[in-house]
Design a protein around this ligand. Structure first.
Ligand SMILES: C[S@@+](CC[C@H](N)C(=O)[O-])C[C@H]1O[C@@H](n2cnc3c(N)ncnc32)[C@H](O)[C@@H]1O
Length: 281
């Protein structure tokens, strides 16, 4: 049995011991579907710290279950929720799938954020509720930073009432909410970067994610001496950018996806890697 296969098996045993746990939020561009590919690349490096500069809904960290991780996203509300889960979030907030109640909670959330009280457990619970109840699980803010997604009109919603399981799983993980370039990586870290897709209007932040940001990211990743994996939409210019910087490329067919706009067309995805032995399956 080769080293990579042995590492995958021991990783799977570790996973079944530590409870498999689902991401708490719905997240546009979530990479749950990519975890099996990433696990093959991660297997030989699972003793390292996992760094995700764009951790989004946590699908990858919860899929790979590293012992140590630095998980960053520019969205301060998702990061506040993860920190509160780590601290053992308990909430009395009533979770109701009703339009009037939703709009009241949205107003309350925006008022607390405007008052500078965004990093409380109550705001974390509100954000969880809004995310589950909002249209298409979108997370969109207007120019003044107010969450403005309409009510989702779902027939039923499964809300989580007990978040206790997350506390144990998130224990060894560190969270931050800064621009990716301000994330401090150590030379031996395994970096998985999943930025907003090239060429798709990004509503994650009011600033968006421009081509300059894509280039800034690629150059920043190219300087890392440890293993790096980056995923993106397989546009011609993204492929050329990473190829020029010495990355190895693999093309994949992404499944139907929820984009920021609710567009569900299939996308071709590229995985670009550096300092990683190739074991594509
Ligand atoms: C494609 S999503 C990541 C999805 C994640 N891999 C998952 O599985 O849920 C891209 C993420 O980048 C974040 N983002 C956008 N601009 C950023 C920046 N300049 N620095 C750090 N994060 C940023 C967005 O908030 C969004 O969560």
């Amino acid at each position: 049995m080769d080293t990579a296969t042995r590492a995958i098996i021991s990783n799977d045993i570790a996973l079944s011991i530590r409870e498999r746990i689902r991401p708490p939020l719905k997240w546009a561009g979530g990479k749950g579907w990519l975890v099996s590919h990433l696990r093959t690349l991660w297997a030989e490096h699972s003793h390292r710290r996992l760094v995700e500069p764009f951790c989004g809904g946590l699908a990858v960290a919860l899929g790979l279950m590293p012992e140590h991780a630095l998980l960053n996203d520019i969205n301060p509300h998702s990061i506040n929720l993860y920190r509160q889960l780590q601290a053992g979030l308990r909430t009395e907030l009533s979770l109701r799938n009703e339009a009037d109640y939703y709009y009241e909670r949205r107003k309350e959330f925006n008022a607390l954020v405007a008052e500078g009280k965004a990093d409380s457990s109550h705001v974390a619970a509100l954000f969880y509720y809004l995310n589950r109840t909002a249209y298409n699980g979108l997370c969109r803010f207007n120019k003044t930073g107010k969450f403005n997604v309409p009510f989702g009109k779902y027939a039923t919603i499964k809300y989580k009432k007990d978040f206790a399981a997350y506390q144990q799983v998130l224990k060894g993980w560190e969270f931050s909410a800064v621009d990716f370039q301000d994330v401090t990586i150590q030379p031996e870290d395994f970096v998985y970067a999943d930025p907003p897709y090239d060429g798709v209007f990004s509503q994650y932040t009011k600033e968006g994610f421009s081509w300059d940001d894509q280039e800034r990211l690629a150059m920043w990743l190219a300087l890392h001496p440890g293993p790096v994996v980056v995923s993106n939409r397989a546009t011609e210019r993204i492929r050329a950018l990473y190829k020029k910087l010495g990355f190895k490329l693999q093309l994949l067919e992404a499944p139907r996806r929820i984009s920021c706009t609710g567009d569900r067309t299939k996308a071709r995805e590229v995985l670009a890697t550096r300092n990683i032995k190739h074991v594509w399956t």
